[in-house]
Every structure is written in C-alpha cells, then in structure tokens.
Ligand binder design. Structure first.
Ligand SMILES: Nc1ncnc2c1ncn2[C@@H]1O[C@H](COP(=O)(O)OP(=O)(O)OP(=O)(O)O)[C@@H](O)[C@H]1O
Length: 237
C-alpha cells in the first residue's frame, strides 16, 4: 500500500523567525502537520498564534527559517527551497482561497477561472472548457457569462473556489473562506470543498474562526504559541 504520508501536505518541525536579535519573533517553533490527499482539515488558533505565517510558508509566499515541507509527495523545502521556480510552484501546485473572492471585476466569470490555465500555457479554448466544467460542478455554470458584480457573495466564493481548483493543484490553502457568508452558504462552501477534495484527491487546509463550520471537520489542528496540536473530539472548540 502506498504510504499515506507521501501525498498531500507534510510539514515537519517547521520554524519561522521574523527579524533578528532582541526584536526577533519566533512565529513557528517546530510545526508538524499532515493532510492526506482527499482530506480537509481545520486550522484554528488565537490571534497572533502563527496561522497566517504557516499558510504563507506553505504557499511559498515567505521563506521558513528551518524544517521541511512536502506538497503532493514532492519535497519543496528542506532547510532551504528545493524548487528553483517558486512562481511555477505556486501556480501549478497550490490553490488559494481567501476571505474575499478577489475576482477580476472586468472579466466575466468564465475568464476569471480560465485565466489560471491560460497562465499555465493552455490554449484559450482548453482553458475555457476546463473553467466551464468546474463552474458546472460548483453549480454556478448558469452564471458563466455574468460579471462578478452581478453575483451573490456565495456565488462569487464558488467562482473563487473554481479558480483555485482549475489547475488541479494537489493542495488548497483556504484562509477564512466562509467568514462573510451566512450559515447556510458557509456550510455549502465547506461541503463543496470536501466534495472537491475527494473528487480531485486534493489536500485542503482551512484556517478559520468560524464556529458555524468548525463542527464539520473530521480533524482539527490547533496552533498555539507557534506549535500545532491535533485536537481530539472532546477538545474541539
Ligand atoms: N512580518 C512580520 N514581522 C515581524 N513579526 C511578524 C510578522 N508577521 C507576523 N509577525 C508576528 O508573528 C506572530 C504570528 O503572526 P501571524 O500573523 O502568523 O498570526 P495569526 O495566527 O495569523 O493571527 P491572526 O488570527 O490575528 O491573523 C505574531 O506574534 C506576529 O506579531
């Protein structure tokens, strides 16, 4: 049987220090975490505990200070970046979903999604076909020609999820993706992320404070003072 730790996201003893000397801040002090392909885990923790720092390291937005990270079975950081082009890594292996959808206001829904495969070198027709398939799967196919401003908040977030998934990255990093949504839409976004994780064998981390969605996670990591702990059932916030 394949080693379940080889795919998805594997983080071992990850450290991040901001600054140096007397003013240094050790934001991550040895984080361990594993998310299998097809799995969605929650990441919770108080303000300043290091959640954003961890997502930025995983998303190759900032450089860790030490430790090891693998995405989709490939070591991307081992006391230094192991990949020569971080831009390509971010484009092809990681999908980002943020609190706000950040759609491009002057492109229609299809082109907002198709832009990603186009940037990865696919033809316009192929990119649009992929975009439409995913928009259909996310139940916003009927709005494919609408402009972002004509969509509801929940529809915009589903388009943002389509954009994160369209290049079929092994990893999705979602930072408070349900914060502006009401209960029903928040639960629907999480259900969609779970379904997409299973369908495309994507490993998904959702950073959240949202009490509406926390009970839906099968596994939750809590980060506190720069270290992660996996919460058991009784400890779940
Ligand atoms: N660029 C930076 N320079 C110095 N210190 C930083 C920097 N970014 C974050 N920090 C510090 O690192 C620690 C972790 O911050 P981080 O933003 O990762 O926390 P967080 O859990 O995402 O918080 P929040 O829930 O408030 O967004 C905090 O003490 C913060 O002040």
């Amino acid at each position: 049987m394949a080693d379940p730790r080889t795919g998805g996201i594997l983080i071992e003893q990850l450290r991040k220090r901001y600054g140096s000397g007397d003013t240094a801040v050790d934001a991550l002090k040895g984080v361990d975490m594993h998310v299998a392909p097809g799995e969605v885990v929650g990441l919770v923790g108080p303000s300043g505990s290091g959640k954003s720092t961890l997502l930025k390291c995983l998303g190759a937005v900032i450089e860790p200070s030490g430790g090891r990270m693998s995405l989709g079975g490939e070591v991307i950081y081992d006391d230094g970046w192991k990949t020569s082009d971080l831009r390509v890594l971010r484009r092809d292996r990681i999908g980002f979903v943020f609190q706000a959808p950040y759609l491009i206001p002057f492109l229609d829904v299809t082109d907002n999604v198709a832009l990603m495969p186009m940037l990865a070198g696919r033809s316009n027709d192929d990119a649009r076909r992929r975009a439409r398939e995913l928009l259909d799967a996310l139940d916003v196919g009927h709005r494919a020609q609408a402009m972002p401003a004509q969509l509801s908040g929940g529809e915009q977030q589903r388009v943002a999820i389509a954009r994160a998934l369209v290049n079929r990255p092994p990893v999705i990093l979602a930072d408070e993706p349900t914060a502006p949504l009401d209960s029903e839409r928040a639960l629907s976004v999480v259900a969609i992320l779970n379904q997409m994780a299973r369908q495309y064998a994507t490993a998904i981390i959702i950073v959240t404070h949202d009490e509406k969605i926390i009970p839906t996670f099968k596994r939750i990591y809590q980060i506190r003072d720069g270290r992660t702990h996996e919460l058991t059932g009784e400890e779940t916030p």
